[in-house]
Design a protein around this ligand. Structure first.
Ligand code: SF4
Length: 337
């Protein structure tokens, strides 16, 4: 089974127009230390002023090359990282600066599925304990109730009942990711942030895990932020897609617009690199020159200007804002001013 065997997300689904997550001008910077005294000598601008929203029941795909800030953005939203600036509104509540029990309670509603299922599972615990841990932490359910609930979850993610008594190392990569998904589902979250959830898996099992995520979304009315570098995976999973480059969101639109009519030169280059399955269709590939610059010292003006094939003089001077160019399609590029 290949990724192309994942059914494209039906854009009707359980979506509503009610916002579940609103991110405004979010920045996450890391200090860079150097010298004998380990003084702060600079900042890595991992996420540099991004704004977007996700409606209830929707999947927003976040794509970009490795190091573009998409995973940092996901971890900041879950408040595993402290935002440097900006606002995160979740279900109408400002969670940007919360801590202690308020943050702990929010984590019931926002869960993460990680890239490496093995590294995220405790090797000394049986699967039953791994999956029941969040429920034990947040409820006073009896052992019998916990076991029933975990058994049900294992069934939902397609694992056999005897998985309960096994350890993570006894499972294949795809099955381990199912364990991670069962644990993420245990508290019936509203939002799941899936960070490259299939990129560590064999291609043969990627589709199965993606289809499972889709089925669970329909069954539980979940909202996803789906982070991946693979555009074909994101296409199958998403309603809308945001494209990141060097910590910036450069384009965001519905899936069809991103794939059929990308506007930002970086999005165009990414889309042109997707292999065309039909050999009769000719596709011109846009090859970008140079490497992604360092986020410690990003270029002035448009962060993409040193590699942009259509850069203009003003591009190195003025940073373009993300603006709505067509209904629902926002782009950060001076070409559309
Ligand atoms: Fe290219 Fe200029 Fe647009 Fe940046 S603003 S993507 S450099 S044309």
């Amino acid at each position: 089974m290949s990724v192309t065997e994942v059914k494209d997300k039906n854009s009707s689904g359980n979506k509503s127009s009610e916002k579940l997550l609103e991110v405004k001008n979010l920045k996450t910077y890391y200090p860079v230390k150097g010298g004998f005294l380990r003084k702060v000598i600079g900042m890595v601008k991992a996420v540099d002023d991004i704004s977007f929203e996700i409606n209830k029941g929707e999947t927003l795909g976040l794509v970009g090359e490795s190091g573009c800030g998409k995973s940092t953005a996901g971890r900041t939203l879950l408040r595993l990282l402290k935002p440097t600036d900006g606002t995160i509104l979740f279900d109408g509540k400002d969670i940007t600066k919360i801590g202690g029990s308020t943050l702990r309670n929010i984590r019931k509603d926002i869960q993460m599925v990680f890239q490496d299922p093995y590294a995220s599972l405790n090797p000394t615990q049986m699967v039953g304990d791994i999956v029941s841990e969040p429920i034990r932490n947040f409820t006073n359910k009896s052992k019998a109730e916990l076991k029933d609930e975990v058994m049900e979850l294992l069934g939902k993610v397609g694992l056999p009942e005897d998985a309960y008594y096994k350890y993570a190392h006894e499972f294949s990569g795809g099955q381990r990711q199912r364990i991670g998904i069962a644990r993420a589902l245990a508290l019936r979250p509203k939002l799941i942030i899936a960070d490259e959830p299939v990129s560590a898996l064999d291609v043969s099992v990627q589709s199965q895990v993606l289809n499972l995520l889709r089925e669970l979304q329909d069954e539980f009315g979940l909202t996803y932020l789906f982070i991946a570098h693979d555009l074909s995976v994101v296409k199958h999973m998403s309603d809308r897609i945001g494209v990141m480059y060097l910590g910036n969101l450069v384009e965001i639109a519905d899936k069809k617009s991103i794939y059929d009519d990308p506007l930002h030169p970086y999005t165009k280059a990414l889309i042109s690199a997707i292999p065309e399955p039909d050999p009769r269709k000719k596709k011109e590939r846009i090859v970008l020159e140079g490497d992604v610059p360092s986020p410690i010292n990003p270029p002035s003006g448009c962060p993409f200007h040193p590699r942009c094939p259509v850069a203009m003089p003003e591009c190195s001077q003025v940073k373009p804002a993300l603006r709505e160019v067509k209904p629902g399609q926002r782009v950060a590029c001076h070409l559309y001013n």
